[in-house]
Ligand binder design. Structure first.
Ligand code: SAM
Length: 324
């Protein structure tokens, strides 16, 4: 079992398999064509399997595939299959849902267990504006396909932005009343390279709760997962409503994860892109022992907490590299 210098057990890896994305969410990326990394630099399915086996040997049991947008990789199904083969017990995917309708059943068959779908507005025009061209109907079709394929629980991640979607929280919560959706409201974080972040755009946790309406304890409805969300539910609802508030309510004390960036660098905290280059090591023919030693050193460099509090702009850190 991996333990960091602050006594936290690390059993969760977030794996960014590409920095490319087919949307341009205003708070995440600038508009237009971006200089994404060359395809040749991304980890191959075989490299991912070898690395995953090393993490599993060290006690990591959860892996979440993220990006960028994982569905832009046409070999995602093979990656999933190889991770399942490497012994990852809980394999999940973060996606914007574009194209998921077509691939959900195949991904389930390959060994994927569950999905988180990002969905920031239920209004088609607002959704298109915020994502700079996304079609809401594509995402909703993906969400339905995920449920039908048995990719459960389905979590819907909503980044709350003042003046954009902060009037939709009650409507989002309603999605969980009769169906097993787990809607999670995420505080906007000072990340990104689009110049969008400003403290006034962030809706702090108490205000998000107020805008959501009356909630009760989630009880048995709390979904499976290893993350920092605090869960509640609408009275008597089937699904839940969760809140993830990196700034209002730091969750670092319970952090259980490491991140492998789209460039194969193992970083110890979401709030940073510095780390140890696992891709170079594995490409240089390192043995599993050497890879495991490097993972242990990276865990040893985990900071006690992120440094986002008080930052007034995006910080130049990109979720698409680090893997949001
Ligand atoms: N493309 C996938 C998706 O849409 O879920 C995975 C990558 S995306 C970077 C992961 C998550 O990070 C998304 O839910 C996105 O909304 C969130 N995110 C990106 N920038 C953020 C920010 N500045 N504050 C809060 N969440 C952010």
């Amino acid at each position: 079992m991996l333990t960091d210098p602050f006594g936290r057990s690390i059993d969760y890896l977030r794996l960014s398999i590409t920095d490319q994305c087919n949307l341009r969410c205003a708070y995440c990326l600038p508009a237009g064509h971006l200089p994404f990394a060359a395809r040749s630099s991304r980890l191959t399915p075989g490299e991912i399997e070898r690395l995953a086996a090393c993490f599993v040997a060290l006690g990591v049991r959860r892996v979440r595939l993220t990006g960028g947008e994982p569905l832009v990789r046409e070999d995602l199904e093979e990656i999933v299959e190889r991770l399942a083969r490497a012994g990852v017990a809980d394999l999940s995917l973060s996606t914007n849902g574009i194209g998921l309708a077509r691939r959900a059943a195949g991904l389930r068959k390959a060994g994927l267990r569950r999905v988180n779908v990002s969905l920031d507005s239920l209004d088609p025009a607002r959704f298109a504006e915020l994502t700079r061209h996304g079609r809401l109907s594509d995402v909703l079709a993906g969400v339905e396909a995920a449920l039908s394929a048995g990719l459960e629980p389905v979590k819907l991640n909503v980044v709350v932005v003042r003046g954009v979607n902060d009037g939709e929280l009650a409507a989002f919560a309603e999605l969980s009343r009769d169906r097993p959706f787990h809607v999670r409201f995420i505080e906007l974080m000072p990340m990104g390279v689009s110049g969008f972040y400003a403290p006034e755009r962030r809706v702090p946790l108490p205000e998000m709760r107020l805008k959501t309406g009356a909630l009760e304890a989630a009880g048995d409805s709390r979904p499976e997962g290893g993350g920092p969300a605090a869960y509640y539910r609408l009275p008597g609802a089937v699904g839940t409503v969760g809140f993830i508030a990196a700034l209002s309510c730091s969750f670092c004390a319970g952090c259980n994860r490491m991140r492998l960036t789209s460039r194969g660098v193992l970083v110890p905290c979401l709030d940073g892109e510095e780390g140890l280059d696992l891709a170079a090591l594995v490409r240089g023919g390192a043995s599993p022992d050497e890879v495991r030693d490097l993972i242990v050193s990276a865990v040893g460099a985990k900071p006690a907490a992120h440094a986002m509090l008080g930052r007034s702009e995006g910080g130049g850190r990109t979720m698409c590299h680090v893997g949001g």
